[in-house]
Structures are given as structure tokens and as C-alpha cells.
Design a protein around this ligand. Structure first.
Ligand SMILES: [Zn+2]
Length: 113
């Protein structure tokens, strides 16, 4: 599973996450471009009151600016203590654990140096 950005076939504007109408020119066809998934944490927050179905006491969410698109995206971050400007990589992991059913999605994790 890879992460994609969507490049407008008409004007070349990059979108992420997916848009169905180009925010620059209104075109509706896009070409998928794979992303490396590298980015930097702009800000983050810890959420304790999770909706029903989450099997853990808290989750961290970060706004990450991805290298290729330069766009800020809200993602779950697998890090107990994220910090501003932390370098992260995207991976696929369990975003929601429920009884007998796990949900997978993109998570970012710290780049190990
Ligand atoms: Zn466009």
C-alpha cells in the first residue's frame, strides 16, 4: 500500500488527500503520484476521549507537512512524545483496534536516526 498525491491533469496542481475537483482550475481528472511519505510535524495533539471502538486510552494526532506536496495533512502519529519539526515517515498500521476487527490506515512514525 502506497500513499498517493493527485496531480491535476489540466493545470498540474498537487492535491492530498484526494480531491474530486481541482481547487485551482476545477478540472476533475487526476493522475496518482506515489509519495515517499516523508514529512515534518507542524503541530500535534493528544486525544483522550476517543470515540467508542478504540481499544486504547489515548491517541496522538499530528499535522504533518509532506515533503513532495508541501501540504499539511492531519494523521495519526505513533509517538508518545511528538515534537514540532520532528521528521516522520508514513507507514500503514492499525488506526483503530476493535473487537475482532482492526482498521488499517496511514500512520506516521518518527524517523529513526
Ligand atoms: Zn487543475
Amino acid at each position: 500500500m502506497e500513499m498517493y498525491a493527485y496531480r491535476c491533469d489540466n493545470c498540474g496542481e498537487l492535491h492530498h488527500p484526494r480531491h474530486f475537483v481541482c481547487r485551482r482550475c476545477g478540472h476533475t481528472e487526476f493522475t496518482e503520484e506515489p509519495l515517499s511519505g516523508k514529512g515534518k510535524v507542524l503541530t500535534w495533539t493528544k486525544v483522550y476521549n476517543l470515540p467508542e471502538g478504540y481499544m486504547r486510552p489515548s491517541l496522538s494526532f499530528a499535522i504533518v507537512r509532506f515533503e513532495e506536496t508541501g501540504l499539511p495533512v492531519s494523521v495519526q502519529i505513533d509517538d508518545e512524545k511528538p515534537y514540532i519539526d520532528e521528521e516522520v515517515n508514513s507507514t500503514v498500521g492499525v488506526i483503530k483496534e476493535a473487537v475482532g476487527k482492526d482498521y488499517y490506515g496511514f500512520i506516521v512514525e518518527p524517523v529513526v536516526v
